[in-house]
Design a protein around this ligand. Structure first.
Ligand SMILES: Cc1ncc(COP(=O)(O)O)c(C=O)c1O
Length: 389
């Protein structure tokens, strides 16, 4: 079968047009470029959208995760439970506070933290848990929050991939003490760089507010959002609903195409959850070597497809050949917990090693994608699978 649409026509992202150009032009003409009325408007819109009491615009989600830990007073000698399946920011934020990241394992359905592994990782030193809703699929956030509440530990949700996702009608990002979202160029609300933290806790929100912009009563930062990001965030938020619907349509289209396929499964959230398919998770029942070959072929054909994040505990930040000047936080004399002497790249995280080493690919199906393009992708994937012997 031949297709009239070339692979290179796959919709790109972000998709800015006249509305965004006019809004950015308005900011330029106003000569008010750092956070002011437009950021405030975005914060109000975002808080209303997720149903949180407060929202605080920031420069990016990495800053947001760092600010969240700073606002909780986490520092030297403390432990924070993190996931091995994520971008580095959801763990490096712990290092930024000179605290100790403790990796728990993930569970296979959501690729988010496994609540029972989280529970096992809790010690008297645990001061926060950072679950990540990877690719826009909700992590087991209700169960994680239950475990956290039983031990009185705050949860900081990394919802960078998941604006609009929900569990039983409650928005992702509002289950924890704080929820952090990324508005970076590739994310579903794209402001170039940008982020937002939501919380129902007024005193934490006030603290975040001061820490993000030169609060004088303690060491603070300049982590402000710009007015450009503020206007783009407002527009992106208005378009998010229809865009999320298109992404979900593409995921279900592919699901149908691979129905009953022995080697390919399109991943979906559970029935009571709404996922937003920031990327579609494609699970392969083939060897890691065959999956790497398939990925290389699909990339060469021009598809925006990647392997889901490799296990983070093997990242150089946790296994430096030459330790950072201030030392690894878990080797510091003030830390008396059980991570001392542990080699992070040898941690026992079987589910992460099973799922994050090639078994799951992430495909970006941006709004505007057509059934013809998805059919072509399906054919290209199938024709590059290993042949049954
Ligand atoms: C899961 C996750 N958390 C945090 C971040 C950091 O976001 P930002 O680029 O806005 O700092 C990213 C960025 O890609 C991410 O994927």
């Amino acid at each position: 079968m031949t297709h009239p649409v070339s692979r290179s026509d796959w919709p790109s992202w972000p998709q800015f047009g006249d509305e965004e150009a006019a809004a950015v032009g308005k900011v330029i003409r106003s000569q008010q470029l750092f956070a002011a009325a437009e950021v405030k408007q975005f914060e109000q819109d975002f808080a209303q959208f997720v149903g949180s009491k407060r929202a605080i615009g920031i420069g990016n989600a990495t800053q947001g995760l760092h600010l969240a830990l700073a606002a909780l007073g986490i520092g030297e000698g403390d432990e924070v439970i993190v996931t091995p399946c994520s971008w580095i920011s959801s763990s490096s934020c712990v290092l930024m506070q000179n605290a100790v990241p403790v990796f728990a394992d993930i569970e296979p359905d959501s690729l988010g933290l496994d609540p029972s592994s989280v529970e096992q990782a809790i010690t008297p030193f645990t001061k926060a848990i950072i679950p990540v809703h990877i690719l826009g699929y909700p992590a087991r956030i209700e169960e994680i929050c239950e475990v956290a509440a039983a031990h009185n530990i705050p949860v900081v949700e990394d919802a960078s991939h998941a604006p609009g996702a929900s569990v039983r009608g409650k928005m992702i990002g509002t289950f924890g003490t704080m929820g952090v979202f990324s508005l970076q160029q590739r994310k579903t609300i794209s402001t170039g760089d940008g982020g937002v933290i939501c919380t129902d806790d007024d005193s934490l929100a006030d603290k975040l507010w001061k820490l993000r912009s030169f609060g004088d009563d303690e060491l603070s930062y300049n982590y402000r959002m710009t007015e450009f990001a503020g206007v783009l965030g407002q527009i992106g938020l208005r378009k998010l609903g229809p865009h999320n619907k298109e992404r979900a349509w593409a995921a279900h289209f592919l699901s149908n195409a691979f129905k009953n396929h022995p080697m390919v499964k399109i991943r979906h959230p559970r029935e009571h959850e709404v996922g937003v398919y920031y990327a579609v998770g494609i699970e392969l029942a083939i060897s890691d070597v065959a999956s790497a070959e398939l990925l290389a072929q699909l990339e060469q054909l021009g598809y925006p497809i990647r392997r889901v994040f490799p296990p983070l505990n093997r990242h150089p930040h946790f296994n430096p050949e030459t330790p950072p000047a201030r030392g690894l936080p878990w080797e510091h004399p003030s830390y008396t917990g059980s991570m001392r002497g542990v080699q992070y790249n040898k941690l026992d995280l079987p589910v992460a090693y099973e799922y994050c080493c090639g078994r799951v690919l992430e495909l970006y199906t941006h709004p505007g994608i057509t059934s013809t393009q998805l059919d072509q992708f399906t054919e290209d994937l199938v024709s590059n699978l290993p042949k049954a012997s």
